[in-house]
Design a protein around this ligand. Sequence first.
Ligand code: ATP
Ligand code: MG
Length: 280
Amino acid sequence: MSEQAEALTDTATRSPHIIVVGNEKGGSGKTTTAMHVTAALLNEGFRVGTMDLDVRQRSLSRYIENRKIWVGRRAVAMPEHYPLEEFNYNDLSLRQRAEQEQFVAAMTHLRAGNDFIVVDSPGTDSYLSRLGHAAADTLITPINESFVDFDLLAIVDPDDLSITGPSIYSEMVWSCRKARAQADGGSIDWIVVRNRTSHIHAKNRQRVETALDQLAHRLGFRQATGLSERVIFREMYPAGITLLDLTDEEANTNLTMSHVAARAEVRALVSALNLPGVAL
Ligand SMILES: Nc1ncnc2c1ncn2[C@@H]1O[C@H](COP(=O)(O)OP(=O)(O)OP(=O)(O)O)[C@@H](O)[C@H]1O
Ligand SMILES: [Mg+2]
């Protein structure tokens, strides 16, 4: 366990820091980001709880199930995953009550023994997703460098690309921030992270970056560079591990320069999150 992790663990009264990965845009890289942030924190020796609010798709849950096959075979730290059930009651209030009770039970359980709780959310608006967002200390929103993704954050004038107002996801985050402030006076550190970046399409990239800079100020988020487009970020999913879980020996024999750069990207992302007690 690293010294930072020990310091955090020793502070018995400290409640865990909750990291929610969310965006109502499907396929923007939420699960991939949640997996890599979880692996990075585990590798630093922190105790990490995980929750998958995408109760239909369950990609993060499946990744962690895949990870279990390594237990006893190699040193792979496991997060404490709290599986959530999908409720299909037709009565909306009945369903929301069941979801809320389950969410509170999961949080209470994971809070007891972890330094961080990483929460993955679905690519659509849902009651469960709102509960997760309202509990966030840190909210990571991965977006692809495209105006299709940008559209979930802000409405843009088609003529000059100026921002005319917030969009559905930003409105949702705003109401969760308000709910959070009223509930316990807490605030949500919102970080929009560019995912699947590539060195091509430089012109489009520049335009999206300019629009994001304007929006960051208006909506109150920070920006960070996320993961670039690399096969290594997706090919290890069935094995339930990431390139951060390779032993030094495996890394020395298998890691290419591109993998070394990929590891550095994950570490830079986690560092940019400014998580309490984490210095990467
Ligand atoms: N940096 C990356 N490099 C390469 N492939 C990536 C990267 N990030 C995500 N992907 C791939 O893009 C697809 C979508 O990513 P992911 O499942 O993480 O998105 P998501 O936001 O969780 O999607 P959903 O909204 O459906 O839950 C997956 O096939 C994933 O492997
Ligand atoms: Mg997902």
